[in-house]
Design a protein around this ligand. Structure first.
Ligand SMILES: [Zn+2]
Length: 113
């Protein structure tokens, strides 16, 4: 039996935030200056993408002041949908205005849209 068999050290290192292997992780470094959610306003929109796909877009939260990777994970879980981050913009596949609004408001963000 290996020393670390069955423990977390027995696996290749993965990013704690996105779950990717560290070599293929593209997470930005942790936010340096976190700003209180109450002082930020998230702007929501439903937009069309290629091939008629609809996405729910979150703008207005900067990756420098928020842990957008973790936030995206929570949004994906809450919506039961896939999603991506492009710089300061989060996109969730499908129409999820209500759930996105609820989750962001729960965390404390002000929400428009
Ligand atoms: Zn990562």
């Amino acid at each position: 039996m290996r020393l670390f068999e069955g423990t977390q050290w027995d696996r290749p290192p993965r990013c704690e935030r996105c779950g990717e292997l560290e070599g293929s992780c593209t997470c930005p470094p942790p936010a340096k200056t976190m700003t209180a959610p109450e002082k930020q306003t998230a702007r929501l929109a439903i937009e069309k993408r290629k091939k008629g796909k609809t996405v729910t877009v979150v703008r207005g939260l900067s990756a420098e002041e928020n842990d957008l990777v973790t936030l995206l994970g929570r949004l994906k879980t809450a919506c039961g949908a896939g999603g991506t981050r492009k710089d300061d913009t989060l996109e969730i596949q499908g129409r999820h205005l209500e759930r996105v609004r609820d989750l962001l408001a729960d965390i404390g963000y002000r929400v428009r849209g």
